[in-house]
Write a protein that binds this ligand. Structure first.
Ligand code: FES
Length: 573
């Protein structure tokens, strides 16, 4: 008995023989498509975050051509479409403000168009979670293709990592250890090829999360953007998405609770960015999968970091790829992973990594002889962070992980900038720097300013780290003993808003505690006198501030959590 194939989604547009079908096909035919392109073959949307204002994604038109090759080879029709692109280095006040907006663009662009399956082209930090969130809310067959990291930066004979090098060199300039001329020279040496940041920052972390979730073909995380094997991966992904449509292999069959548990564990093993926490929570929210902040501690904090990559270590993503890339890490930690988890190529994670080799043990270490022990993200709670805060121990100074110090408070980022180099600032290396007003609502957008620069008078003593606490995020390329994502944030009246300079704060990472040594009575008195910030008047920022959730929930907009599917029964004319 012949099996009747389900009608493709795109045929609700192109398969109609009436006036509406004429309209849907005719305007597409003006670009030269023959009639048989609309005969029911899989229509593949290529969701492209190309932009010259997103330098990390500026090679994506080229990458899309390789995806198209693959789609055509497999018998599909590729149709590329642009979505809002988020350039981490250019967008003010912070690209994170627009992650949720871009995800809406992705979701509605997919849902509203005649598409059967989607290829997501993503690279720079926020483009990856934005595309995954939008695609998750639609639920079509979906495959991710990352843009790939830049080649190693090279400055005066040394490797120089994107982001990490900037933070290091700018502190050296302030400490008088590097001239302004040398600093300027480094600009064109650190970032010297196409691709995203070459450290294990947020972009590389999120590309690793895509692979760990099973949402890309193996090796997606690390192939450099300039390596032609990135083109091959794009072409093979184009072929594969056509098969996924034919198999009706949808995103919800791949991105399960088990897949998230794998991703959290992999984030620990790669010394990944703290930003993965808010992004994975937000993606899980779209998938209607229960994942919470505590899961990151429970599942990952006891695991070792196996990769010696900046910002926690020495090497860069190019070295990581040559050493075996993410498959080598996955194989090394296979015993703590759900190896039966399905991936986009139709095989299990375990099948994909069964033979994964490691070629360089200086870069990817063995589970039994790791780069750093117990390196996963630690989740702190206490009266200063009732809903939680995070710290990345692998990027911190071990001696500061247990610390008690006097608070030096900055009410907002402007005050920090104005006072940090002031000789009269009452601060020393034992103090705890506290920054308010940088959370989801406060900045708005939860900017990457949590790795505050150290006061000049402290830097001049040769000190390179202090305990810093804020409701902000931190660049994935940054490092230090930095407590982030303090929730609830100061701008909604969380306890962080009540800290005053001179209060004593205790950080106890082993005990998972962040404690403000101020009595409940005094905190209640301060809370009664607290004045909330004035409301915003208009625009997207107003919508965002009125609806954004707190960091421990993933900072998504409350009305975007969940899925609406891909069905749109009404015609457009
Ligand atoms: Fe785009 Fe770092 S600035 S990935």
């Amino acid at each position: 008995m012949t099996q009747i194939k389900p009608k493709r989604r795109s045929q609700a547009w192109f398969g109609k023989q009436d006036r509406d079908g004429f309209v849907y096909r005719s305007w597409m035919k003006k670009d030269g498509y023959p009639a048989d392109e609309f005969d029911g073959r899989p229509v593949i949307g290529i969701c492209n975050t190309w932009s010259e204002l997103t330098p990390c994604n500026s090679h994506f038109r080229e990458l899309a051509e390789f995806v198209k090759r693959g789609v055509y080879e497999a018998g599909g029709l590729p149709l590329e479409f642009p979505v809002m692109s988020l350039g981490e280095t250019q967008l003010r006040p912070t690209a994170m403000l627009f992650r949720n907006l871009a995800s809406m663009d992705v979701e509605e662009s997919i849902r509203g168009n005649p598409i059967d399956g989607v290829v997501l082209l993503m690279g720079c930090d926020k483009t990856t979670p934005a595309l995954l969130m939008g695609a998750a809310s639609c639920g079509l067959p979906t495959i991710g293709v990352s843009g790939g990291p830049m080649l190693n930066g090279k400055f005066r004979g040394q490797d120089s990592g994107s982001g990490t090098g900037v933070w290091m060199m700018s502190e050296m300039v302030r400490a008088g250890e590097m001239t302004q001329e040398e600093f300027s020279d480094a600009e064109s040496c650190m970032n010297r090829s196409k691709g995203h940041c070459n450290t294990m920052g947020t972009a590389s972390t999120m590309a690793s999360m895509v692979e760990a979730l099973g949402m890309s073909l193996p090796e997606n995380a690390a192939i450099p953007a300039s390596d032609t094997r990135r083109h091959r991966l794009a072409q093979l992904s184009g072929r594969r998405i056509v098969q996924m449509v034919e198999e009706n292999l949808t995103m919800d069959q791949i991105v399960t609770r088990e897949a998230f548990e794998n991703a959290v564990r992999v984030n620990a093993a790669i010394g990944g960015s703290t930003n993965a926490v808010v992004h994975l929570l937000a993606i899980a929210g779209r998938m209607e999968i229960k994942l919470n902040l505590k899961d990151f501690d429970d599942l990952g904090s006891h695991l070792p970091c196996l990769v010696n990559l900046q910002p926690s270590g020495r090497f860069l993503m190019e070295d990581f790829y040559y050493a075996g890339g993410l498959p080598a890490v996955l194989r090394e930690i296979a015993h703590v992973l759900h190896v039966d988890a399905l991936t986009v190529n139709g095989k299990s994670l375990g099948e994909n990594i069964a033979q994964a080799p490691c070629y360089n043990r200086d870069v990817i270490m063995e589970f039994g002889h790791p780069f750093k022990e117990q390196a996963g993200i630690a989740v702190l709670t206490g009266n200063l962070a009732p809903d939680g805060a995070v710290i990345k121990p692998s990027a911190a100074t071990p001696a500061l992980l247990q610390h008690r110090g006097r608070a030096v408070v900055f009410e907002n980022i402007e005050e920090l900038h104005a006072r940090i180099d002031d000789d009269t600032l009452d601060v020393d290396e034992n103090c705890v720097m506290v920054l308010k007003g940088c959370g989801p609502r406060g900045y708005p957008g939860m900017a990457e300013v949590g790795n505050m620069p150290l006061p000049k008078k402290v830097l001049e003593k040769g000190i390179t780290d202090m305990v810093r606490i804020s409701d902000a995020r931190m660049s994935g390329t940054a490092y230090g003993t930095v407590v982030l994502h303090t929730s609830p944030e100061a701008s909604v009246g969380g306890p962080l808003a009540l800290v005053q300079s001179g209060d004593m704060i205790e950080l106890d990472v082993a005990g998972r505690r962040l404690h403000l040594e101020v009595s409940d009575e005094e905190l209640a008195r301060r809370k009664a006198a607290w004045v909330p910030p004035p409301p915003l008047k208009r625009g997207y920022a107003k919508l965002y501030v009125e609806h954004v959730q707190q960091a421990h929930l993933g900072a998504d907009l409350d009305f975007l959590v969940g899925r609406s599917g891909a069905d749109v029964p009404r015609e457009s004319h």
